[in-house]
Design a protein around this ligand. Structure first.
Ligand code: ZN
Length: 204
């Protein structure tokens, strides 16, 4: 698929990059990996909206004929994810990211396809990008743009990680008073409440 025009529905969600980082869960404990292959990566791109379904289908076909390239691309994608993870985790504690990580992000951004054309798409408009060579940066363009947009936006100050230090799930705190603490009340919030209750009743 060397000169294929992919239409990508962007603007990407501001938190798309955080979703990508969260594909490795329980970063503070026994980590749980949901991306174990190039196919997993494509599956995530399809469900998250990082790539349109037709492009995912084309890339699947491409990978069956270029298994080695697909393997290398997958490793690059995971490396990019971990770069983003380190950058955003620094922001949760008001610390500047490492220069080497910002350099890696900027190198990847420079490799993303150019956004030079918008075209009608469904009821709206979308960026129409052309991928000339398949790389992690090209496939993850929407993720990388979302990461950059998040970093330059005021929401940078609202990047949090889950207060369960075994979980460390990243999110943008969109609560009115900026007080959200948990990835979700169902998962970590309730567990913390139950454990507080347990310790209170035990010490009573
Ligand atoms: Zn959590």
């Amino acid at each position: 698929m060397p000169r294929s025009a992919l239409s990508v529905n962007l603007l990407p969600r501001l938190d798309l990059a955080l979703d990508f980082v969260n594909t490795l869960a329980y970063r503070g404990s026994t980590q749980s990996e949901s991306l174990n292959s190039f196919f997993d990566l494509l599956g995530w791109c399809a469900t998250s909206g990082a790539l349109p379904k037709e492009s995912v289908a084309e890339l699947k076909y491409w990978s069956t004929r270029h298994a080695e390239n697909a393997g290398a691309l997958f490793r690059d994608a995971i490396e990019l994810r971990e770069t983003l993870a380190r950058i955003f985790l620094r922001f949760t504690s008001d610390t500047m990211p490492a220069e080497s990580d910002m350099r890696a992000l900027n190198l990847a951004l420079a490799e993303t396809p150019q956004r030079t054309r918008v075209a009608a798409e469904g009821e709206g408009y979308a960026w129409r990008i052309a991928i000339h060579s398949i790389s992690a940066a090209a496939i993850l363009a929407a993720v990388l743009w979302s990461a950059a947009d998040l970093l330059v936006s005021a929401n940078r100050k609202r990047i949090r990680h889950c207060a369960n230090d075994q979980c460390l799930w990243l999110f943008v705190d969109d609560s009115k008073n900026g007080s959200r603490r948990w990835c979700s009340m169902q998962a970590c919030g309730n567990r913390a409440k139950a454990s507080r209750h347990y310790h209170r009743t035990k010490s009573a």
